[in-house]
Design a binder for this molecule. Structure first.
Ligand SMILES: NC(=O)c1ccc[n+]([C@@H]2O[C@H](COP(=O)([O-])OP(=O)(O)OC[C@H]3O[C@@H](n4cnc5c(N)ncnc54)[C@H](OP(=O)(O)O)[C@@H]3O)[C@@H](O)[C@H]2O)c1
Length: 434
């Protein structure tokens, strides 16, 4: 059967990883498909410097992505540039030229995925985006195919490998956040500008895509309450451990009777939960369905080869669809609305909280804090204080019973005027559903 022709824009970590797999694994891919995938043109800002796998033969190299999206023989364009600038132009132009698209771009798909899918469907071309969430974990295929017969009620993910690496290093070595981050940057695990990772924005884009896939709603990053990990310190892991918990950046989408609650935030999770054993740069997604109950997916969340596998598998999926006739498609971002998954603010939820204070020690502190909490009807569960040398920066923790997040935030606001606080209290939800 005639081959399917691929053009690749972006020859960075993911682009070169995908090309290596396409080259080295070409025979097995052809056996699985019944035809060959052939790369004819590749593009980057400086393509002449790239070491391409020799098995690819004499592919055309160009600096201008327009050469790829208008190439008369190209059936599928792989957009592996990233960001929302050039990548948007590449995908739009590919669709205009009736090329199918494979992308790894979480940022763009989280922001404008719905619109891009609508255009792709109108143009009758295929679009695939497996690599955009959780690198090597095939979570799109799971939600779109594997468990699509279920009715999803919750997703809990560890979706940012850099944050998970930093948190587990703080946990295991009792090192401060800034020291672990600097080391991760030196080793190339974290970007020079770490904000997208450590402030939760990367995980937020991924959750927006996953929640859209799972619930069929048009969810954008702005629907997701987002808090990063900059304030987590070794002392928080010590206190969490005394409560039989640990701390992870949890991306969660859960259906409640009043609506869909979406958040990316550090949370206490029980040490006994399987998510607590996800360490280092690994990712994991836990999906809860009404019928199939819990399923769990684990793997490398990034990296040239794991993400390359996701891209190549998408190329194969799309190539099959091209060869077998493109089916009528429904955008993953817009099922017919059931109207039951409307995003609502996190302040409407009731959770147990971990409140960590740093204070200048003096009598009456617990009484002052308890008064403010009691006035908001927040019941204390425990007051925990580990031995500490420092009386001028003394940490201790209060855990609360399940309370309205709005009340907890209002209480924290009132505490901000207390002169014994060295810094604003840290409030983390305690995840009881896992
Ligand atoms: N890295 C991962 O592990 C990972 C995991 C999952 C998803 N992703 C996603 O995969 C995508 C690519 O990530 P990456 O890590 O491979 O990025 P990268 O290493 O920075 O590579 C980006 C590539 O795009 C090329 N490029 C940039 N602007 C261009 C333009 N205007 N025209 C043509 N080429 C252009 C660059 O060219 P030059 O090399 O010539 O400068 C480079 O080859 C992103 O959407 C990212 O979010 C990455």
């Amino acid at each position: 059967m005639q081959e399917v022709i691929v053009g690749v824009v972006g020859l960075g970590n993911v682009g070169l990883g995908a090309l290596q797999i396409l080259a080295e694994n070409a025979d097995q891919i052809a056996l699985k498909l019944g035809f060959r995938l052939q790369v004819k043109v590749v593009c980057s800002r400086a393509p002449e410097n790239k070491a391409l796998p020799p098995e690819l033969g004499g592919v055309m190299r160009t600096r201008d992505w327009r050469d790829v999206v208008t190439h008369p023989e190209v059936d599928i364009v792989a957009e592996l540039v990233g960001g929302t600038g050039a990548a948007r132009g590449i995908i739009d132009a590919a669709i205009e030229n009736r090329k199918s698209v494979v992308t790894a771009n979480k940022e763009l798909m989280a922001l404008c995925g719905a619109e891009i899918w609508d255009r792709a469907i109108s143009a009758g071309i295929n679009l695939a985006m497996e690599a955009s969430v959780a690198g090597g974990i095939p979570i799109h295929a799971v939600l779109r195919e594997g468990i699509s017969g279920d009715r999803i009620t919750g997703i809990y993910g560890i979706l940012n490998g850099t944050c998970n690496y930093i948190l587990t290093e703080i946990e295991s070595r009792a090192a401060e956040f800034s020291a672990v981050l600097a080391e991760a940057q030196r080793r190339g695990y974290a970007e020079a500008d770490p904000s997208a990772d450590v402030d939760g924005h990367d995980a937020r884009s991924k959750l927006a895509i996953l929640a859209a896939l799972a619930f069929g709603e048009r969810i954008t990053p702005s629907d997701i309450f987002t808090e990063g990990i900059r304030r987590i310190s070794p002392v928080d892991f010590q206190y969490a451990a005394t409560l039989d918990h640990t701390i992870r950046l949890i991306a969660a989408a859960r259906q409640t009777p009043s609506g869909l609650i979406l958040s990316v935030r550090p949370a206490l999770i029980p040490k006994s939960t399987i998510l607590a054993s996800v360490r280092g740069a690994y990712n994991a997604v836990w999906v809860r369905g009404r019928y199939g109950e819990d399923t769990f997916y684990y793997g490398q969340g990034a990296g040239s080869r794991p993400t390359g596998v996701a891209v190549v598998s998408d190329l194969m999926r799309v190539a099959r669809e091209i060869r077998n006739g493109s089916p009528e498609r429904v955008s993953p971002f817009a099922h017919e609305r059931l109207g039951e998954y409307q995003p609502i603010p996190v302040t409407l939820q009731n959770r147990a909280f971990y409140l960590r204070f740093r204070v200048v020690d003096r009598p009456g502190i617990i009484a002052a804090l308890s008064r403010i909490l009691a006035a908001k009807n927040i019941s204390l569960d425990a007051v925990v204080q580990l031995p500490s040398e420092s009386k001028s920066n003394l940490p201790f923790v209060i855990t609360t019973e399940r309370s309205s997040e709005r009340d907890v935030r209002e209480a924290l606001g009132e505490m901000s005027g207390l002169d014994f606080l060295v810094e604003p209290p840290l409030a983390l939800p305690i995840e009881t559903a896992l």
